[in-house]
Design a protein around this ligand. Structure first.
Ligand SMILES: Nc1nc2c(ncn2[C@@H]2O[C@H](COP(=O)(O)OP(=O)(O)OP(=O)(O)O)[C@@H](O)[C@H]2O)c(=O)[nH]1
Ligand SMILES: [Mg+2]
Length: 369
């Protein structure tokens, strides 16, 4: 799948840059292009300048800085209403022909990104009616999550992007950080690497890869598009496959070794389930997708079936798509997507708390007569 990634605000532009690195890795390892272009949109010229070294797949677009009065989401939305058409005009529309989908990225708690993302998503949807527009939203850390403005911006951002984008990938900063054992929130780069990592196999497997990498049942761009809808979580996990030179008497095609390798696929699946980008219950997901990547010498059709059957069980017979492809290292990797999730504790909590803090925010922001 070929993406145009558009990052808005600080968090958005950092992740847009990380997608460039992911695109470079996909080209180097599999010879496929999964990133058409990344755009980084921000009001801070200095930070945009610092992205120049990322390479020419990343283009930066500057927004005028809003008046420093407030960081309310409405300010970011107004800024994008005024500048959105100019931003789209500066993009290389000729490249959108080969693009399968747009992926817009922002944090929910800030102002520029959280306010701008739904406005830009709407403009892109109106202009490119047949292209899916997906969003990737980063939810705040626990330490920030009690700040009234942060709750207010997050709830409004979620409400508006849910109405606009075809699917919304949710990433809980707190969950990503703690599961990757990232010590400090200052290490945004490490968090951002964790955020883009689950997209690697997914994007490259759905491209026309070298036949060496083709598995027993391949997924295509259509499978991803058919799966993605509404609130979406993504995760991936790995398991080391014992090398076949391990024992003199072990044959890699023996019944025992195939059984052992299937166990490794299930182990990678368990790791993926534990590393979803947001806490969710799979029985609340109406759609799901799995992708298994194993070295070709270890592959067998039962592995893929086992992963698919388990996902069907967990989603209560939800609409499940999936497939496999071959990697080069002795590792089994499982990528999982849970989509059209009907209930998420985190979202319910933000919506409830926003109704409590909204009057206070309004009062604070209304100029006295
Ligand atoms: N994962 C991740 N989170 C980030 C990053 N930068 C900021 N955040 C989170 O994003 C939120 C703040 O939003 P920003 O993206 O900085 O805000 P903005 O869109 O630039 O808007 P302003 O408030 O006007 O600066 C906080 O919850 C931060 O923890 C990043 O590079 N990666
Ligand atoms: Mg900012």
């Amino acid at each position: 799948m070929k993406l145009v990634v558009i990052g808005i605000g600080d968090c958005g532009y950092n992740i847009a840059a990380e997608f460039v690195r992911l695109g470079n890795k996909a080209r180097a390892e599999t010879g496929v292009d999964v990133l058409v272009r990344s755009y980084a949109i921000n009001d801070d010229q200095a930070s945009l300048n610092s992205l120049r070294k990322v390479g020419d797949k990343l283009l930066t677009i500057q927004l005028p800085a809003p008046a420093p009065s407030t960081k309310k989401i409405e300010v970011g939305a107004d800024l994008m209403k005024t500048n959105g058409d100019r931003i789209i005009a500066t993009m290389r529309a000729g490249e959108f022909f080969e693009t399968d989908a747009f992926l817009l990225v922002a944090s929910s708690a800030g102002c520029i990104g959280s306010g701008g993302i739904s406005i830009l998503a709407r403009k892109l949807k109106d202009r490119y009616v047949n292209k899916p527009v997906y969003a990737l939203i980063v939810l705040p850390l626990r330490a920030e999550a009690n700040v009234p403005l942060c709750i207010y911006n997050t709830a409004l951002c979620l409400k508006s992007i849910d109405r606009t984008a075809d699917a919304v990938f949710l990433f809980d900063n707190e969950k990503v950080m703690s599961e990757a054992s990232i010590k400090s929130p200052a290490s945004n780069d490490a968090v951002n690497r964790e955020i883009v990592a689950p997209f690697f196999d997914l994007l490259r497997a759905s491209e026309k890869v070298d036949p060496r990498f083709l598995g027993t049942s391949n997924i295509g761009v259509g499978d991803i598009v058919q799966t993605l809808s509404g609130w979406t979580a993504i995760g991936y996990g790995t398991a080391q496959i014992p090398s076949s030179g391990f024992s003199l008497f072990r044959r890699s095609d023996s019944f025992e070794s195939k059984g052992e390798e299937s166990i490794k696929a299930m182990e990678a699946m368990s790791a993926a389930l534990a590393h979803f980008s947001i806490e969710c219950r799979l029985e609340d997901a109406r759609k799901a997708l799995y992708l298994l990547c194993v070295p070709s010498k270890s592959a067998n059709i039962n592995m893929t079936r086992s992963v698919g059957n388990r996902l069907r069980e967990l989603t209560n017979n939800g609409e499940v798509r999936g497939g496999d492809f071959y990697g080069v290292s002795d590792i089994a990797t499982v990528t999982l997507i849970a989509s059209r999730i009907t209930y998420l504790d985190k979202i319910k909590d933000y919506y409830e708390r926003a109704s409590t803090v909204a009057p206070e925010i309004m009062k604070r922001e209304t100029p006295s007569p």
